[in-house]
Write a protein that binds this ligand. Structure first.
Ligand SMILES: Cc1cc2nc3c(=O)[nH]c(=O)nc-3n(C[C@H](O)[C@H](O)[C@H](O)COP(=O)(O)OP(=O)(O)OC[C@H]3O[C@@H](n4cnc5c(N)ncnc54)[C@H](O)[C@@H]3O)c2cc1C
Length: 536
C-alpha cells in the first residue's frame, strides 16, 4: 500500500463567518453588525463536517418525481433526500427565507444576505426556494387577505416538509412560475389562461420551468380577461383537495441537482388574483428584484467557496520544492481569483444595504445596479469556478472536492430570473427611465480625485452622456464598466490598499482579462491571497 503524502487536509471544521475577513468587514460596514452572534453561530454550524456532508448527499441523491401512486391516482409529489430537509431546516431556523420581513430593522437584508452567502458555499440548491419565498413577500402584500393568511406561516422558522394544506403546516414556502415553453424572456408571449370562477380564478395552461415544486404556493402569471395578471396558486385548494397542478416531469439539469425544477400543467388549478388584473408583470416584477439580488448573492457565494478551497489547497500542497501558494505564478492566479471574489462580495453587500434603505437614492441605486450586479457577478462566477478548480489539479475535477459542483452550479444564476442580455437591456431601460440615475451613480463612484479610478470614470461619464448610450449591441460593455467602476470605488474606499491597487491596475487600466493569473507586476499578490485564506 502506498503512503498518502502531500495531500491537504479537508477544508472543514471552520467557521464560514469568523474565518472570512471580507465577509466580516462587509457585514459591519453595511449595517448588520448587530447580527454577528447569529452569523458566527450559523457559520460554525455550516463548517462542521456533518453539514458539509449534507451538501454532498443532497446532490448525490437528487429529488425524484412521484407522479402517480401504485393504483394510478395522481400524486404530483417530489421526494427529497433527508439531507435536503436537514439543510432546509437549518435555513429556516436562520430565517433565510423571510427574516427581513418578519423582523424588519436596519441591516436585516444584509444579515440575511450574509447567511445565504455562507449557506450557498455548502449547498446552493436550497437557495432557490429560499430566494423565491423571500422575494414573494412584497408581491403577496398586494392582496391583503392573501397576506393575512400566508405571511404568518412564511415568517415561521419551523420547516415543515409535509405535503398537506398549508393551514395544517408549521411553515410555508412560495415558488414562482412565469416561464413558458414558447418564451421566458418575453413574458407577453404567455398563453396560460385564468378564467374567473367561484369568486376566484381557475388556471389552464403550463409552465416550462417551475422550480421547487414542493413549495406550498406559487406566484403565477396567466392571461385573465383584462390581460396578463399575477396569481397565487396554492398546491391545495381551500377545500383541502390537491390543486390541479400536474407535474409532468423534472428537468434533468446540468447542476443545481439537489433542487427540483419541473414542467407543470394546470388543469383548472385554483388561484387568487394578486394586484390589479391586467397588471401581472409590474406586480410580479417586484419579486424579481429580490430574486436577482439573490442571484448576485448566490454567485458571490460560489466564488468565495471556490477561492477558499483553492487557497486552502495551495497552502498545503507542495510542487517543485515549494508550497503551491508560494510559486509566483500560482500566487498571481490565486490573487487574481481572490480579487474577483472580494469585488463580488463588496458589491453584493452594498446592494443588499440598498434593500434596507427606503430613501430615493437607495431606490434608484437598486433599480439600476440590481440587474447590473446580477449580470456581471453571475458571469464572473462561471470563470472563477473553472479556474479555481484547476488550482487543485486533477483532484479538482473529482466530485469529492466540491469543485465540480460549484462549476456546474455557476451558470444557473446567470440564466434564470433574466439571462445576461436581458439584464443588460434592463439596465439601459433603468438608466433612461429612472429620474436621478446619473446623479446617484456619480455619487456612488466618487472617491475624490483618485488617479487609480478617475481616467476610467471620465471615459465612462462620456459614454453615459453620449447619444448612442442606448445602443443595445453595446449594452454588455456599458454594464460591465458600470459594475467595474462601482467595485473599484468600493474597494478604494473600504479594502486594504493592496487589494484596491491590484483591482484598479488589472480591471480598470489593463481591462478585465479573459484569463486569471495576469495581474501586472508590482501588485502585492501574497497579501491579497493571505486576506482570502479561510481562517481555521
Ligand atoms: C435551473 C433553472 C430553474 C428555473 N426556474 C424557474 C422558475 O422557478 N420559474 C420560472 O418562471 N422560470 C424558471 N426558469 C426559467 C428561466 O427564468 C428562463 O429560462 C430564462 O428567463 C430565459 O428564458 P427562456 O429559457 O425562454 O429563453 P429565451 O427567452 O428564449 O432567451 C434565450 C436567450 O436570448 C436572450 N435574449 C432574449 N431577448 C433578447 C433580446 N431582446 N436581445 C438580446 N438577447 C435576448 C436571453 O438573454 C437568452 O440568453 C429556470 C431556469 C433554469 C435553468
Amino acid at each position: 500500500m502506498f503512503e498518502v503524502q502531500n495531500q491537504p487536509p479537508p477544508l472543514e471544521g471552520y467557521n464560514l463567518f469568523t474565518g472570512d475577513l471580507v465577509l466580516r468587514e462587509a457585514v459591519a460596514r453595511e449595517g448588520a453588525d448587530w447580527g454577528q452572534g447569529r452569523l458566527t453561530s450559523l457559520g460554525g454550524e455550516l463548517g462542521l463536517p456533518e453539514t458539509i456532508a449534507l451538501g454532498f448527499a443532497a446532490n448525490r441523491f437528487p429529488p425524484q418525481l412521484k407522479a402517480f401512486d401504485r393504483f394510478g391516482h395522481r400524486l404530483d409529489e417530489v421526494e427529497f433526500h433527508p439531507a435536503w430537509h436537514a439543510l432546509m431546516t437549518l435555513a429556516l431556523k436562520g430565517g433565510l427565507h423571510s427574516s427581513p420581513w418578519a423582523d424588519p430593522k436596519p441591516g436585516a437584508h444584509v444579515l440575511r444576505a450574509a447567511g445565504c452567502y455562507m449557506l450557498g458555499q455548502i449547498e446552493s440548491g436550497v437557495l432557490c426556494p429560499l430566494a423565491m419565498t423571500y422575494g414573494s413577500v412584497p408581491t403577496l402584500r398586494q392582496n391583503r387577505a392573501v397576506a393575512k393568511e400566508w405571511l404568518p406561516r412564511i415568517f415561521s422558522h419551523y420547516y415543515d416538509p409535509h405535503f398537506r394544506p398549508a393551514r395544517e403546516k408549521t411553515s410555508a414556502l412560495v415558488g414562482m412560475g412565469m416561464t413558458e415553453n414558447q418564451g421566458g424572456s418575453d413574458l407577453r408571449t404567455n398563453v396560460t389562461r385564468a378564467e374567473p370562477a367561484d369568486g376566484g380564478f381557475r388556471l389552464f395552461g403550463h409552465k416550462w420551468f417551475m422550480s421547487a415544486p414542493m413549495c406550498d404556493a406559487f406566484l403565477i402569471l396567466a392571461n385573465a380577461p383584462k390581460g396578463l395578471s399575477c396569481f397565487l396558486m396554492p398546491r391545495w385548494t381551500p377545500d383541502g383537495e390537491r390543486n390541479a397542478v400536474n407535474i409532468n416531469r423534472l428537468k434533468d439539469k446540468l447542476g443545481n441537482k439537489s433542487n427540483a425544477s419541473s414542467e407543470v400543467e394546470f388543469d383548472g388549478a385554483y388561484a387568487e388574483l394578486i394586484g390589479e388584473e391586467g397588471r401581472g408583470i409590474p406586480t410580479i416584477i417586484e419579486m424579481g428584484n429580490y430574486t436577482r439580488l439573490d442571484c448576485a448573492i448566490g454567485s458571490s457565494s460560489l466564488m468565495r467557496q471556490a477561492v477558499a478551497q483553492a487557497v486552502h489547497h495551495a497552502m498545503h500542497r507542495t510542487a517543485f520544492q515549494k508550497k503551491l501558494v508560494d510559486q509566483p505564478l500560482m500566487n498571481n492566479v490565486l490573487a487574481d481569483l481572490a480579487l474577483e471574489a472580494e469585488a463580488a462580495a463588496v458589491l453584493t453587500f452594498r446592494l443588499a444595504r440598498a434593500y434596507d434603505e427606503s430613501d430615493q437614492a437607495a431606490q434608484v441605486f437598486r433599480r439600476v445596479m440590481t440587474p447590473a450586479a446580477k449580470f456581471w457577478i453571475c458571469k464572473r462566477a462561471l470563470t472563477v469556478t473553472g479556474e479555481a478548480m484547476e488550482v487543485l489539479g486533477g483532484s479538482g475535477y473529482i466530485e469529492e472536492s466540491i469543485m465540480p459542483r460549484l462549476y456546474r452550479e455557476a451558470p444557473v444564476n446567470s440564466i434564470w430570473e433574466g439571462s445576461g442580455n436581458v439584464m443588460c437591456l434592463d439596465v439601459l431601460r433603468a438608466l433612461d427611465r429612472t429620474p436621478g440615475a446619473a446623479e446617484v451613480l456619480a455619487a456612488e463612484f466618487d472617491v475624490g480625485d483618485e488617479p487609480r479610478v478617475q481616467p476610467f470614470l471620465d471615459r465612462l461619464a462620456e459614454r453615459l452622456a453620449a447619444p448612442d448610450r442606448r445602443d443595445e449591441a453595446q449594452a454588455r460593455a456599458l454594464v460591465r464598466d458600470l459594475v467595474l467602476a462601482l467595485q473599484a470605488a468600493l474597494l478604494v474606499r473600504h479594502a486594504p490598499p493592496e487589494v484596491a491597487d491590484a483591482f484598479c491596475a488589472s480591471r480598470l487600466e489593463q481591462g478585465s482579462g479573459a484569463v486569471f493569473g495576469t495581474l501586472p507586476r508590482g501588485v502585492d499578490a501574497a497579501a491579497i491571497v493571505a486576506r482570502a485564506a479561510p481562517l481555521q
